[in-house]
Write a protein that binds this ligand. Sequence first.
Ligand code: DQA
Length: 250
Amino acid sequence: MKIVSIRDIHIGEGVPKIIVPLMGKNIEQLLVEIKTIKQVTPDIVEWRADVLEEIENLEVVKKTVSTIREALFPTPLLFTFRSHREGGNKIIEDAYYKELLESIIQTKAIDLIDVELFFPNVSEIVETAKAHDIYVVMSSHDFEKTPVKEEIIWRLRRMQELGAHIPKIAVMPKIPTDVLTLLDATYTMKSLYADRPIITMSMASTGAISRIAGQVFGSAATFGAGVEASAPGQIPAEELRKMLNVLHTT
Ligand SMILES: O=C1C[C@@](O)(C(=O)O)C[C@@H](O)[C@@H]1O
């Protein structure tokens, strides 16, 4: 089992790591948000760059990422541009998605980068990330439903084949047993196929249980809300920490 280590954070070992999203629309908002979320001592911070007003201005994005980096260091930083088709905030051209991700990788101001499984040319972005020692969190989101167990496992295994350091999937439950499907797929993946950490979650309040049960079923990290949630069902990071500690120690 490969552990993903960034300074003193070891993903894939011990209690699931708490990832807190940054949702500011501009640098001023982001800096205020950083001050607040530092109080909950996140293990990792995710910058949801698709929320940034000036996302189409590459120079602004690069400047913003280095400001965030400076304000947060040594906390590991995950850069995410969530595409509109997977629940994100902005529609951009595929060519710009690639250019954006590769430019941010080249700044080396981040530790991890989210790359969507269903994006064309994902292998090229993975190669660029690896060449710059940036970890790839490959992701897939289904905001409409929970795919069947085999499909969830197929996607996670495909991410592994494509060289992701951390495969990740988020799905929406329609009924409580959909949450069981996600947990079952997670456990099977973890026990039979995964040779590296994976992250899984079932969204909305029905799925919230999956956000605290990672250590039991095999999800190595969990997203907890800081100032603003980035997906439905996220538990505030402070509460999440307490819940994980209770489950870990008993
Ligand atoms: O992929 C994910 C998971 C997520 O969608 C969630 O459900 O917590 C939140 C996103 O910010 C993150 O990029």
